[in-house]
Ligand binder design. Structure first.
Ligand code: NAI
Length: 337
């Protein structure tokens, strides 16, 4: 029974671009799709009634209660259409016999390029210049940045995205220092990157860029203590996961000038805010509201992955994962349990 092919799929947190790219993927026609715009949680899991599988993204929350509910509804497969899986209780899923798959890498280039875009925008004040020019304000006051050439970039995590980001920064002739508990020494040597311990990277970086998964060890990797170990004025860039950063500590670091700037594509409490149009509403998150008014903070709404190439690859691998259910030929690194 558990190995029967997947036919009916409940798809959560759907946006128009998801629907378009998923339907275009090879094999998508053989699945019966039900798209829901809301996120999957234990409160909404009833929408998976009659589904063989659910397809979720970064802000759906599959805790033990939700997973048990899904199994009781007949769900046999959880297909994440993202790389990170911190939002699924994998131990509970394994106990329940659920197959959990993900898309381990869709376009690391998309995320690395967005990381660099954020830094360039913040450093050269392009977001402020754009708004000024539209108001016919052609003044340059307050728009002074610095050359990246010769500055030091710290890369925390040299997996797929961290390595590409480091290589792009090397192209700007930056010195790149890296920290990773599993260093790729051959890659570093070939690309003029040097590995150091975490504190040394903090102490010397002008720009610190985070490329690690969210785990108990990396939760609040950037907190009051690590901020105080940074060189004064360092800019922190985070395109990985919001909870890598202790938001209150970062706000304090920015107010004190210890942090020179912050560019983030992910936010600690982004769930229910990012991806949504809240332009007519009163924002309830005071820390996010505070961050938004710093002149040296730049926020995008978890869009680093949003390229045509990445969306097509996410769709190809997700549909492939679902069609391979019950067979023995999953693609490497796609199966989590
Ligand atoms: P990866 O698995 O290829 O690399 C992660 C690296 O982090 C590994 O080399 C690992 O050894 C290292 N690492 C683990 N714990 C560490 C620690 N405590 N300190 C330093 N390094 C540590 O992952 P990938 O594909 O490079 O993704 C990186 C992050 O980017 C993930 O958190 C992922 O969720 C996020 N991401 C964000 C997207 C967005 O749209 N903003 C899209 C895709 C991924």
């Amino acid at each position: 029974m558990a190995n029967r092919p997947i036919q009916r799929l409940a798809f959560f947190d759907t946006k128009p671009y998801d629907r378009q790219f998923m339907k275009e993927a090879e094999g998508a026609d053989s699945l019966d799709w039900t798209f829901h715009e809301f996120r999957l949680t234990s409160d909404t899991m009833g929408a998976a009634q009659d589904a063989d599988a659910v397809c979720i993204f970064v802000n759906d929350r599959l805790d033990q209660a939700c997973l048990e509910g899904l199994v009781s509804l007949g769900v046999r497969h959880v297909a994440l259409r993202c790389a990170g899986f911190n939002n699924v209780d994998l131990a509970a899923a394994a106990d329940l016999g659920l197959v959990v798959t993900r898309v381990p890498a869709y376009s690391p280039h998309a995320v690395a390029e967005h990381t660099v875009a954020l830094l360039l925008t913040l450093n050269r004040r392009i977001h402020r210049a754009y708004n000024r020019v539209r108001e016919q304000n052609f003044s340059l006051n307050g728009l002074v940045g610095y050359d990246l050439n010769g500055k030091t970039c710290g890369i925390i995590g040299t997996g797929k995205i961290g390595r590409l980001t480091a290589e792009i920064f090397r192209g700007f002739r930056m010195r790149v220092m890296a920290y990773d508990p599993y260093p790729d020494v051959a890659w570093a040597t070939g690309n003029g990157v040097t590995y150091h311990d975490f504190d040394a990277v903090l102490a010397e970086s002008d720009v610190l860029s985070l490329h690690v998964p969210l785990t108990p060890e990396t939760h609040h990797l950037i907190d009051q203590d690590s901020i105080n170990k940074l060189k004064r004025g360092t800019v922190v860039v985070n395109t990985s996961r919001g909870k890598l950063i202790d938001t209150a500590a970062v706000i304090s670091g920015l107010k004190r000038g210890q942090l020179g700037g912050l560019a983030i594509d992910v936010y600690e409490e982004e769930e229910g805010v990012f991806f949504e149009d809240l332009s007519g509403e009163v924002l309830q998150d005071d820390e996010l509201s505070r961050l938004m008014v710093f002149p040296n903070v730049l926020i995008t709404s978890h869009q680093a992955f949003l390229t045509r190439e990445a969306l097509a690859e996410i769709a190809r691998v997700t549909v492939g994962n679902l069609l391979r259910h019950g067979r023995d030929d999953f693609l490497p690194d796609t199966v989590l349990g």
